[in-house]
Design a protein around this ligand. Structure first.
Ligand code: EPZ
Length: 417
């Protein structure tokens, strides 16, 4: 098991370059098999989620060539086989193979995807979409079989603007007969990135990024070259870090509009941000005002950033609140932050952070990806040494996090324990 040992208290200075988006690439990789020709994806982050999905491609006999930060995927010899849980349990996003294989072969059999313990994370909306397209769904001991004689375009209303369901239905609908409309679709930038890939392959998708997406089915999809957008959650995590311990910390290769809900909240707190076209420069200061945050679907405040934001709010003079509306169990970082000296209370879906408090290093555990990121920020803020175990969670979604932090003056070391 991997452990991160952090000696905190150092101001961080220099540039952190943001990598390609985890939540985009985990959909782009399965989407690529819908083509009958070669698909090249660049700006691919080297994270464990990428490797886990490439393992599934290789299991399906898809040809995958990896170069620096890019993948060349060719599914000309692929086989549609049952995907066992040893592959799918590694990450929730394995479920995008459901939509892609259903769309390509009209049949998919795979074990239920895994994911963080932040909530039940059912896939009922995905399955409702597949059934609307004419598929039948059976589930035998968590092995799902979804198949259709024919996939026909349909009007689908999502009870919740689910990111995963929006993308998965898009993948199943691009080769269907006729037109599909997804209403109350999620609007996250990753959805636009996937729709752009599919359109570059020859699909006919309009409205991605709005709450209504139209997909006109086509006969086949071909060759394309595509780029992963910068990771807005990685970017937001490092901007928060800069507000906590930065000294002119520059976060580069970002799309500032994608984290507008965060930057406006930080400015409300009293953080000074120098926002450029594709970068943000940020420094820590001592007088932050308390704020209230409510997580929403995009373009609202991202649920993935409420955990990294929490340690920063311990620096505010007064009571801040975070209301989590997307997941039912996304406060598992808080007991560890309190062990470090924070004063945070949780009541149902709202945390109250009373500040300012001093953080002191101690031994903590990463319970999920963004909780882990929150503990890294707290460790870099704290006096003394913080040891974070279960760091594998963090390595799923933050490319080269140790190297990037060492580069800007952090004192940390990744160890095997
Ligand atoms: C994506 O998860 C992201 N993951 C999550 O990021 C992110 O938090 C989430 O979108 C919201 O922005 C990936 O893209 C791989 P949802 P997803 O479907 O698609 C409920 C991270 O830290 N729901 O929008 O699973 C669900 O239980 C991860 O990078 C249903 O009830 O999110 C949850 O409460 C964590 N039925 C809510 O909707 C369904 O069929 C949000 O889910 C689907 C979802």
């Amino acid at each position: 098991m991997k452990m991160l040992e952090i000696k905190g208290g150092n101001p961080l200075n220099g540039t952190i370059r943001i990598s390609g988006s985890k939540n985009s690439v985990v959909a782009l990789i399965p989407a690529a098999i819908l083509s009958t020709e070669e698909v090249t994806i660049c700006n691919v982050p080297d994270i464990t989620d990428t490797s886990a999905l490439c393992e599934i491609l290789e299991f399906l006999n898809v040809d995958v060539k990896r170069a620096t930060e890019s993948l060349v995927i060719n599914s000309v010899n692929m086989e549609n086989k049952e995907i066992p849980s040893m592959y799918t349990k590694k990450l929730r996003a394995s479920y995008y193979f459901m939509g892609a294989l259903l769309g390509k072969y009209k049949k998919v059999t795979m074990a239920l995807p895994g994911g963080c313990s932040i909530g039940a994370r059912p896939i009922n909306l995905h399955l409702k979409g597949f059934e609307a397209l004419g598929a039948t769904v059976t589930n035998k001991d968590n092995i799902y079989t979804v198949e259709a004689k024919d996939l026909k375009g349909a009007n689908i209303y999502l009870d919740f603007a689910s990111v995963g369901a929006t993308i998965n239905i898009m993948l199943a609908a691009v080769l269907a007969k006729g037109t599909t409309i997804i209403d109350n679709a999620a609007k996250e930038p990753e959805i636009v990135n996937v729709a752009t890939l599919l359109n570059n392959m020859g699909a006919k998708i309009r409205g991605a990024g709005t709450s209504s997406i139209e997909i006109v089915g086509v006969e086949k999809l071909g060759k394309c070259f595509h780029e992963v957008i910068p990771d807005r959650i990685e970017a937001g995590t490092y901007v928060i870090l800069g507000a906590a311990v930065g000294n002119n910390l520059k976060i580069s290769n970002i799309i500032p509009e994608h984290i507008e809900a965060l930057t406006s909240k930080l400015e409300e707190m009293g953080v000074f941000l120098d926002i450029g076209t594709d970068y943000i420069i940020v420094s820590s200061s001592k007088n932050y005002k308390p704020v209230n945050v409510k997580t929403q679907t995009y373009p609202g405040f991202a649920t993935d950033l409420q955990q990294p934001l929490t340690p920063l709010l311990t620096m505010c003079r007064g009571r801040s609140k975070i209301e989590e509306t997307i997941y039912e169990n996304r406060f598992m970082h808080i007991p560890y932050l309190n062990q470090m000296g924070a004063d945070i209370r949780v009541k149902t879906q709202t945390s109250t952070i009373i500040g300012p408090t001093k953080l002191t290093g101690t031994d903590v555990v990463a319970t999920d990806l963004r909780a882990g990121a929150s503990l890294v920020i707290a460790g870099l803020m704290a006096s003394g040494t913080t040891r974070i175990t279960n760091v594998e969670h963090i390595l799923r979604g933050y490319e080269n996090i140790v190297e990037k932090l060492l580069e800007v003056g952090a004192k940390l070391e990744l160890k095997e324990v």
